[in-house]
Write a protein that binds this ligand. Structure first.
Ligand code: TYD
Length: 136
């Protein structure tokens, strides 16, 4: 998969409560090396203005809502995540920001590599340069 896309997850609706799940190399198109979550974000806050050289991501809004803006250097696309049975796949090499967190939202993220500070591109100008040179 080379484009960011929303993937609908299985859901079992039940009067006792609903259940959804994800499997690596199935709903998530990579092997999961890392899972982390973002919580207690003040309403309206933004995070994650950066790109990854290698890391691919899969993002789920387990609770609440937020927008993920994905930018390939020439076009931006906004995905609103507000249901826990949708995930957003984000390939590597794209600038992405998370915005408009609702109060009490909970973002669950799966990554394809272990945490590596050198995998981050934190300057937009550098991102554009690497993109234009075909390095990411
Ligand atoms: P960062 O990725 O910069 O957060 P965001 O992109 O949402 O603004 O991560 C914040 C801090 O957490 C940063 O100091 C690195 C640390 N961190 C880890 O140690 N391991 C991880 O897997 C992640 C995602 C972050």
């Amino acid at each position: 998969m080379t484009k960011p896309q929303i993937i609908q997850l299985p859901k079992f609706l039940d009067s006792r409560g609903n259940l959804s799940f994800v499997e690596q190399l199935n709903h998530i198109p990579f092997e999961i090396k890392r899972t982390y979550w973002i919580y207690d974000v003040p309403g309206g806050e933004a995070r994650g203005g950066h790109a990854f050289r290698k890391n691919e991501e899969f993002i789920v809004a387990l609770s609440g809502a937020f927008d993920v803006i994905v930018d390939d250097g020439s076009q931006k696309e906004k995905f609103t995540l507000n249901r826990s049975y949708y995930g957003l796949y984000v390939p590597s090499g794209l600038w992405r920001e998370m915005k408009n967190f609702s109060t009490n939202s909970l973002a669950l993220e799966f990554g394809s590599i272990h945490y590596d500070v050198n995998d981050y591109i934190r300057e937009y100008d550098e991102f554009l340069k690497l993109k234009n040179n075909g390095e990411i």
